[in-house]
Design a protein around this ligand. Structure first.
Ligand SMILES: [Zn+2]
Length: 175
């Protein structure tokens, strides 16, 4: 009798297990944090096919697939030239060099964006961690993450991917 009762339970468990495994490995899972949490539609709509032509593979993977470039092997982590950093996808000004600091992480780090409205914050629970993802406010490209262990005056560390940024040695007018 006990064996017979267990049968339906086992059957249910067996049918559920492959389904759980599947959701963890699908490609959709990678895109989920961006699409699910981004409530507002981007002002600048990107054509993915055109972007693939315009950007390098690394720039595309970072900005559109939330990938992370390697530390110390990227374009701007050690850039000390005065200028501004723009979104590589839509050219929105994002960070000024006077807010850049050496975080020791090997990624370009800033304590403040150009304006609060240049970026948006998204709760990111990927890889079993709770982090705050930073996206470009205009086109919703992935830029990096923000942490609360930065220097004064904000105490924030905007840890960015060089692949999301385009540096131009000009100063942006302060608002
Ligand atoms: Zn953008």
């Amino acid at each position: 009798m006990i064996k017979l009762k267990l049968f339906p339970v086992l059957f249910i468990l067996i049918s559920i297990l492959p389904a759980c495994g599947q959701t963890k490995t699908t490609k959709q899972q990678t895109d989920k944090p961006m699409n699910e949490n981004t409530k507002k539609k981007p002002e600048v709509l990107v054509n993915k096919e055109e972007l693939k032509q315009k950007l390098t593979t690394e720039q595309y993977n970072v900005t559109q697939m939330c990938s992370t470039e390697p530390p110390f092997k990227n374009k701007y982590w050690d850039n000390h030239i005065t200028g501004a950093y723009f979104c590589v996808v839509c050219n929105t000004p994002l960070f000024n060099s006077d807010t850049k600091f050496d975080s020791g992480t090997g990624w370009p780090s800033f304590f403040k964006p150009v304006t609060d409205s240049s970026i948006i914050e998204i709760k990111d629970t990927a890889y079993g961690m709770v982090r705050t993802e930073i996206q470009c406010a205009k086109c919703h490209s992935h830029l990096g993450h923000v942490f609360d262990d930065g220097p004064r005056p904000t105490g924030l560390r905007y840890c960015m991917n060089s692949a999301s940024l385009n540096f131009i040695p000009i100063e942006i007018e302060k608002k």
